[in-house]
Design a protein around this ligand. Structure first.
Ligand SMILES: CCCCCCC/C=C/C(=O)SCCNC(=O)CCNC(=O)[C@H](O)C(C)(C)COP(=O)(O)OP(=O)(O)OC[C@H]1O[C@@H](n2cnc3c(N)ncnc32)[C@H](O)[C@@H]1OP(=O)(O)O
Length: 719
């Protein structure tokens, strides 16, 4: 809807009314169309101001409408009518002008923004392009390079940056609607033709081809296989080469291809799934909207290894005072240098002063006595963590929350050594913790609603996507990762090379193949976990290590690599070869190829040709299969949560929605049939055996994802 009012005698004030973000639903488009026509007709009205209710201009087209048949007045002619009008129209941009909201503002003759407003064309993040004339008007206003940047990345910019780029005419610290009314009064009677962006010629850079080539390289690197950024670049190219009306046709054609694509569906699914993940609930009825989180002003971080450093940086950047604890002077010193360096670099990038005063470094746990919450990030060893938690019980205030950054250990076992099990929760960050968006919040069986609410809210404050998960080995992410890695290792035994597996996964869209990721993380991490799980030990024959352990197929290849000192990037050699220890450029290593050949010979395995299809299906379907088991076990509340863990924590290509969404898109019956096929070929790999839930869903004719949980016999939520 849109409200119409007259102010200052001659200004029509049109207010978009569709909380929470005044999205351009059919009703809003109808309201604007009618209100603008009314203002243009009313002879008392000399100029028009467009604004949004509740201090928010507009969050763009209504994304929920994309899944339905479109109705109501379309955006393009509505915006054209505004631009072509004979009375000046000024957009008053408060808080946000995003997507269709900014396109609407670009159709206005003037734009005023509040200093705190954010502007952008994020359609690309939804698998679309700014198809309400945005790809044609913005380049005419800012020039090609800036428009390409904004449209292909979808990034939000500040009002100040928008002013520099010429996207807004004025920025105000005061009331943007009043400033817009003032501007509207001052421009009455001025010629409007120069203010109509569709009339402008697009300013062209000297090396047009070079600019586009460079952008295409960048977009392909950022999101391999994603269609929308490429289509966005093509549409902007049309603005460079064609008159406005033909450019608009090109924009529409490109949008038509994107609009019904699987990628757009996946990206829009991710938008809503990300927001749904924050809406947690526990079996006792506690929920995100009835549990009050505690305020967190001060926090302790124990352990200044890679994880602890990143966590400390996140906390400080969120305005939380931190006490960072190490056990030895040397580690404390190197941790202090690293954390300060990260804070200084970040501050320099943002042109602010580094908040170094907000963190103190100490060797004494006693310094944690007054903090609101502690995050333990010591070495992944249950005995060590237990001793830390017992000590924290003694040192911290009785109501301080105790959190562990364990990546897979039993949170309840840790809680049991404390004097406050309800105040213990897992906060599993992903490396590097100040960069990665995912936070798994592990709800132990005794974690209180207030504790869960505090951890989830703190995650959001740190800029993370917090997902509540149950307390099982590996939680959601690493429980699934183990099986994904196993498949990759088995494929090496059967005839594939690390680079072949990685290439197939990267073609699928993963930012990095699994073997490159393993090298980056360090192969010794998994080695240690396998030792702790009793899979490696003195009874393993060092010359001929068994390929069956604990009743199932086991691949000793990564252990053999570690025994050779090939630990990944840090040692300059892993599944790949690097220039030096710490090198980043992965090169195929002929030594690995010979190593694999010898291994196959030793075990009598005849290498077979493995297709890209097999690599992707085995790696990706095994993830979804375990996801179904996780749902049955009650360790995740919904398939959307599992997908968000993979998208934000494991480099899963967002335009494929997540492993569960992907399984639904491929077709559950196909996934079932392919898993059965691979399991028949590999009966000693139990995780290739289709899960009960998958079978049941296929039996029920593959219902939509929202109905999957209804097919779990007895839901026993472990959250
Ligand atoms: C052939 C058809 C041609 C059509 C032409 C199409 C051209 C234009 C396309 C577009 O405009 S696509 C949409 C572009 N806009 C965006 O991508 C913005 C999306 N929203 C956001 O980034 C954020 O929500 C926000 C606006 C920055 C606000 O963030 P905040 O953290 O304050 O709140 P949220 O929790 O994210 O959102 C609150 C609530 O609002 C819902 N919502 C937000 N934006 C939209 C939207 N554009 N459409 C529908 N719903 C939206 C969001 O889902 C939340 O709802 P609940 O989860 O609470 O129910």
């Amino acid at each position: 809807m849109a409200q119409y009012a007259r102010t200052k005698g001659s200004i029509a004030l049109i207010t978009l009314t569709n909380p929470p973000v005044n999205a351009l639903s059919a009703a809003v488009r109808k309201g604007i169309t009618e209100a603008v026509a009314r203002a243009f007709k009313d002879t008392r009205v000399k100029a028009v101001v467009l604004c949004g209710e509740n201090g928010k201009f507009c969050g763009g087209a209504d994304i929920r409408e994309f899944a339905k048949a479109m109705s109501g007045p379309p955006l393009v002619p509505m915006i054209h009518a505004i631009e072509a009008g004979e009375k000046p129209v000024v957009a008053a941009i408060e808080e946000m002008a995003l997507g269709g909201g900014l396109e609407l503002a670009l159709g206005c003759h003037y734009r005023v923004a509040h200093a705190k407003a954010r502007l952008g064309l994020p359609e690309v993040t939804l698998g679309l392009l700014p198809a309400a004339g945005g790809t044609q008007r913005l380049p005419r206003l800012t020039g090609i390079p800036a428009a390409l940047d904004l449209i292909t990345t979808g990034r939000h910019i500040s009002a100040q940056e928008a002013l520099k780029l010429g996207i807004v005419d004025r920025v105000t610290e005061g009331n943007a609607v009043e400033a817009a009314v003032e501007l509207a009064l001052s421009v009455v009677g001025r010629p409007l033709a120069p203010r109509r962006l569709s009339n402008h010629a697009t300013p062209l850079p000297a090396d047009l081809d070079g600019v586009f080539e460079e952008v295409l390289v960048q977009v392909k690197r950022r999101a391999r296989g994603a269609m929308a950024p490429v289509a966005c670049a093509k549409a902007v190219r049309a603005a460079a080469e064609l008159p406005y009306s033909r450019g608009l046709e090109c924009e529409r054609e490109l949008m038509n291809t994107l609009f019904t694509s699987g990628q757009a569906r996946a990206l829009q699914y991710c938008f809503f799934a990300q927001r749904a993940a924050g809406k947690w609930s526990l079996p006792n009825g506690a929920r995100w909207d009835n549990s009050r989180p505690r305020a967190v002003h001060t926090a302790g971080v124990i352990g200044l290894g890679t994880m602890g450093r990143g966590i400390a940086v996140c906390l400080v950047k969120a305005g939380i005072s931190v006490v960072a604890v190490e056990t030895e002077e040397k580690q404390l010193d190197s941790g202090r240098r690293a954390v300060r360096g990260m804070l200084e670099r970040d501050a320099k990038r943002r042109g602010v002063t580094a908040p170094l005063h907000m963190i103190t470094f100490t060797l004494s746990m006693q310094q944690l006595r007054d903090v609101d919450l502690v995050i333990e990030a010591v070495f992944e060893d249950m005995a060590l963590k237990k001793s830390v938690f017992a000590e924290l019980s003694r040192v911290c205030r009785p109501n301080a929350l105790l959190c562990t950054n364990t990546s897979g250990l039993d949170v309840d076992e840790l809680a049991s050594v404390t004097d406050r099990p309800p105040l213990v929760v897992g906060m599993h960050f992903f490396a590097p913790a100040h960069v990665m968006k995912l936070l798994e919040v592990i709800c132990g069986p005794r974690s209180s609603p207030e504790t869960v609410a505090t951890a989830m809210t703190l995650g959001k404050r740190l800029g993370k996507v917090s997902v509540a998960v149950g307390n099982c080995p590996g939680f959601v992410g690493n429980r699934m990762l183990k099986l994904y890695l196993d498949q990759a290792h088995f494929l090496l035994e059967e005839g594939a090379s690390p680079e072949q597996v990685d290439q197939a996964l990267e073609e699928f869209g993963f930012a990095l193949g699994i073997f490159k990721v393993a090298d980056l993380s360090g192969l010794d991490i998994g080695w240690r976990v396998r030792k702790a799980a009793g899979l490696i030990g003195p009874d393993v024959d060092p010359k001929f290590p068994s390929r069956h352990r604990q009743g199932r197929r086991y691949c000793p290849l990564p252990d053999l690599l570690c025994e050779q000192g090939r630990l990944g990037q840090k040692s300059g050699r892993g599944w790949y070869l690097y220039d030096s220890a710490g090198g980043k450029e992965a090169r195929p290593d002929p030594a690995i190829s010979s190593f694999l050949q010898e291994y196959r010979l030793r075990y009598g395995i005849s290498a077979r040709r493995i297709t890209e299809q097999e690599v992707v299906e085995r790696c990706v379907f095994v993830l979804a299969n375990e996801g179904f088991r996780i749902l049955e076990d009650g360790m995740a509340a919904a398939p959307e949560d599992i997908d968000m863990v993979y998208v934000f924590g494991y480099g899963w290509p967002r335009h494929r929605g997540g492993p569960m969404f992907h399984a639904a898109q491929v077709g559950l019956a196909t996934v079932l049939q392919r898993l059965e096929f691979y399991h028949r070929q590999n009966p000693d790999i139990p995780h290739l055996q289709p899960s009960t839930l998958l079978r049941r869903l296929v039996g029920a004719r593959s219902p939509p994802m929202q109905q999957w949980k209804q097919h779990i016999r007895s839901i026993n939520s472990q959250l």
